[in-house]
Design a protein around this ligand. Structure first.
Ligand SMILES: *Cc1c(COP(=O)(O)O)cnc(C)c1O
Length: 524
């Protein structure tokens, strides 16, 4: 039997499956002929085009949607200040499931209302100045417009060939940042989605720059501290270095990594024939906002031929403040540095940055090409994001950073950062004056730890009391703060970094705390 005879034996319904079988088996490509006649094909294309064109809005629809979305957003911004920063009730979020994906879609207005109820009004409100938990973000509106332009013009920012301007715009931001931190020479950088990916790129670059292979794992040592961000532990594991030796270097008073201990530990390790590999310091730890002694860490790194990584995801941009520059001494000697524009530059979530002193180290791990990319790699005048990161296609995230910086200029950003720093000092003074609060040492940036305190109460009972009070504060929800555990002690903390946090929010949380203190009988 010939193939055609076989096909004729099937009716149209069954052909599709059979043709796939035939195509796979005989690598033939004739199924279009068999399924639709040429006349039919043109009609079908016409119909499909009409339907597909709906995806591009008509001019009228654009106006209508634009108005609806703008009204929604303007209203959101106008009402933000009075809004809760935390909504404990997660029930409304379930409504999302009541709207299945359908063939013909819904009205935009209905979806905006659904978004408002089930997304915008549940959980944390990170856009609000009342978000003092974790490390706050913000989301300057011009960054949102940058995203809108980037998405609608849909510029390709993976490789230089695709859009030289987009790559130059991002490299321009990276250059500016690198120079701020005193990086010179052939450094490399990338705008990532956040600090976690930045840390991963750093660890992977360090691994390959030092040529660490499987056989070396057992003798290779990584040094960090318990205040190091967990995304670094995660990066170490993802980078395949989970079998290396990790030394958790103890902290000195006020939570700095103990550099004397580190030096001794490295000596001990070397005597045992181990190989010190990476030293990780922090600029602004998440728990307490402290800055490690970077100068000393870089010196120890150099002496021992280690890669020196600095995690400045939270604290990096405080470097822009002249009054604080001294604290950052040594940062320019980092082999790699992570900073998060979606924290200290108040951008919406989704923008981090990694800088690596030696670009070759980044390229070593990330540069790759393929046959179908041959046009793209002819004459790279500039390095491309794809050469120095795991990504290829990516959102053009440079524009959301560039637009606000270019429109506002640097001054309001610097002033906002300085304001956060001084607000933390203000909060610290107020906490010190409050009899039912035990306040930790004054920290270095914009995180302040403290706990509620009562005479003749055990640590354990105080832990419980603070946990209960935090629950009370969350149920109130006007201002959101979070807790941590530092060396076993349950601790509350303010993290002041949203550009919308001003004195009003600090006074309000202090007021809320007073209400809780009354409720729990700490004062009358
Ligand atoms: C937030 C943070 C990270 C992780 O960054 P993401 O942007 O959330 O991925 C890493 N290190 C520190 C110190 C941070 O504060």
């Amino acid at each position: 039997m010939t193939i055609t005879d076989m096909i004729n034996a099937f009716d149209m319904q069954q052909r599709k499956g059979f043709l796939m079988f035939v195509e796979n088996r005989y690598k033939l490509d004739f199924h279009v002929d068999l399924l639709v006649s040429p006349m039919n094909l043109e009609d079908q294309l016409k119909q499909l085009e009409k339907s597909a064109r709906q995806l591009d809005l008509t001019s009228n629809e654009r106006k209508k949607y634009d108005t609806a979305i703008r009204d929604y957003l303007f209203n959101f911004l106008d009402e933000l200040e009075g809004k809760n920063s935390w909504v404990a009730d997660s029930e409304p979020s379930k409504e999302i499931y009541d709207f299945p994906i359908t063939e013909n879609g819904y009205k935009l207005e209905d979806l905006l209302r659904l978004y408002e109820r089930s997304v915008n009004s549940t959980g944390l409100q990170p856009a609000s100045g009342g978000h003092l938990g974790y490390i706050p973000g913000g989301g300057v509106p011009l960054a949102g417009y940058g995203d809108l332009i980037a998405a609608i013009t849909n510029k390709y920012s993976g490789i230089y060939f695709g859009n030289p301007g987009a790559i130059r715009l991002e490299n321009h931001l990276i250059d500016w940042t690198a120079k701020q931190f005193g990086f010179t020479g052939e450094y490399g950088g990338n705008l990532t989605t956040g600090g976690s990916i930045g840390n991963l790129i750093a660890i992977v670059s360090a691994r390959d720059a030092h040529g660490i292979k499987g056989k070396d794992f057992e003798t290779t040592v990584i040094y960090g501290s318990s205040q190091m961000h967990h995304s670094l532990n995660k990066a170490i594991r993802i980078a395949g270095l989970g079998e290396c030796i990790y030394r958790n270097i103890p902290l000195k008073e006020n939570y700095h990594l103990d550099t004397d201990f580190l030096s001794h530990q490295i000596e001990k390790d070397k005597l045992q024939g181990l190989k010190p590999f990476v030293i990780i310091g922090s600029v602004g730890t998440t728990d307490t906002g402290i800055i490690d002694d970077l100068d000393k860490l870089s010196e120890i790194s150099q002496q021992n031929d280690c890669w020196f990584h600095v995690d400045g995801a939270y604290g990096g941009y405080f470097y822009l403040i002249d009054e604080l520059k001294d604290k950052f001494k040594g940062i320019e000697k980092a082999d790699s540095l992570v900073i998060d524009p979606h924290k200290g530059l108040f951008l919406p979530y989704g923008t981090g940055m990694i800088l690596v002193k030696d670009r070759k180290a980044m390229l070593h791990s990330h540069y790759y090409t393929a046959n179908y990319m041959q046009d793209a790699y002819k004459a790279p005048d500039e390095w491309s994001p794809a050469d120095v990161s795991p990504e290829l296609s990516r959102n053009f995230r440079g524009l959301r950073m560039w637009l606000p910086l270019m429109v506002h200029g640097l001054k309001p950003f610097k002033d906002a950062i300085l304001e956060k720093y001084l607000l933390t000092k203000y909060a610290y003074q107020k906490l010190r004056e409050t009899p039912y609060i035990a306040v930790g040492k004054e920290h270095e940036l914009s995180v302040q730890t403290f706990r509620f305190w009562k005479i003749n109460t055990s640590d354990e009972d105080l832990n419980k009391l603070n946990e209960k009070i935090l629950e009370g504060l969350h149920n109130d929800g006007r201002i959101f703060i979070s807790s941590t555990r530092i060396e076993g002690i349950y601790t509350l903390r303010f993290a002041i970094l949203s550009f919308r946090t001003h004195k009003r929010e600090i006074d309000l949380i202090l007021e809320m705390m007073k209400e809780q203190a009354i409720l729990f009988g700490l004062i009358k």
